[in-house]
Design a protein around this ligand. Sequence first.
Ligand code: PCP
Length: 387
Amino acid sequence: MIHTATWKEVKEGLVTDIYFDRTKQILQAKGIDLHVRAEVVAHVFPSNWPWAVLAGVEECAEVLKDLPVDVRMMKEGTIFGTKLPVMEISGKYLDFGQYETTLLGLICQASGIATMAARCKKAAGKKEVISFGARRIHPTIAPLIERNAYIGGCDGVSVGLGARLIGKEPVGTMPHALILIMGDTVKATKAFDEVIEPGVRRVSLIDTFNDEKIEALNVAGELGDRLYAVRLDTPRSRRGDFLEIMKEVRWELDLRGYKQVKLFLSGGIDEMDIEKYNLLADAYGVGTAISNARVVDFSMDIIEIDGHPLAKRGKMSGSKRVLRCKECLKTRVCPVEESPGRCSCGGLEEEILVPFVSKGNLLYPLPKPFQIREFVLQQLSKVELRI
Ligand code: PCP
């Protein structure tokens, strides 16, 4: 038996928290059906994140487009800060209240994954970051993980269905299993080169049996300029000073004229490791750090009832605008009556909490994954990894 819900069950509200069902039951029994505005905000981010990337917007559209509500939402891929509404829903509470669990679930996990991918890509700069984390999560959501890793900034993904979802070819290297079964790294690399179509990069895994620099020279000697990279997935028990190992491998390869052979790192890599290794590494395979990223802790709260501002303690009531400087990305929240102005840096402000869905109609064509990724990368150039 598989333990996941179907999309039909999600749409039927079967995966919502029971207290929303009971709230609906009570309000219906009492004949109370008020028009409300509710907003979605993240009040804190995981760890030391100074920003997060909004993801899961396209899947939210799949829920919202069948509801008689009006929604303003930041565009997918927007880099945002804490305490900023990323979504505002207005309509009869009984028409959308029970979807709170689902809507939050769709953006909390996706935004965490996209943010970690963005942080890794920010640290890597022009170096490639490949999403390798499908093996760390439930297989039914592997395409979701890969899509959000890609839109967050990863250059490629390793799972076929994930790659299809983003319109790219999957990217991978070779597993230790191939080398163990063939009994030798050179033999496995040679077989890869003989069997796998020429367009696939030849990346040899060099940490199975012998010292990385010996294996690197062996495979480079075998494949020559057909060898694209060597992958160092060095086990923790042997890792020691990974940077020194990389320096030795780089030195020995260069000394023998293999300057074109790149260094591909994997195995427990996160954005901090990428910062540490980026001088020598040419590409990274990142698994757990992205696929099991901390979620962005969004909450949905009513901020207006029947046109009157009202919010619980800790929240600001009333409908709001979120205005961001087009130049420096400085962002502020103001009452919805205010209009965009000019930022203290001189740049013009623009509204980023924009009309998204109205009474079942999507108000703009959803961007393709590569367009969202481009949007994220443009903003990434204007933010830092840490405050
Ligand atoms: C792992 C596998 C993953 C890499 C590391 C990233 O190596 O290659 O794709 O995963 P992580 O960032 O979560 O550590 P192994 O577990 O040795 O698997 P394999 O032999 O298949 O490469």
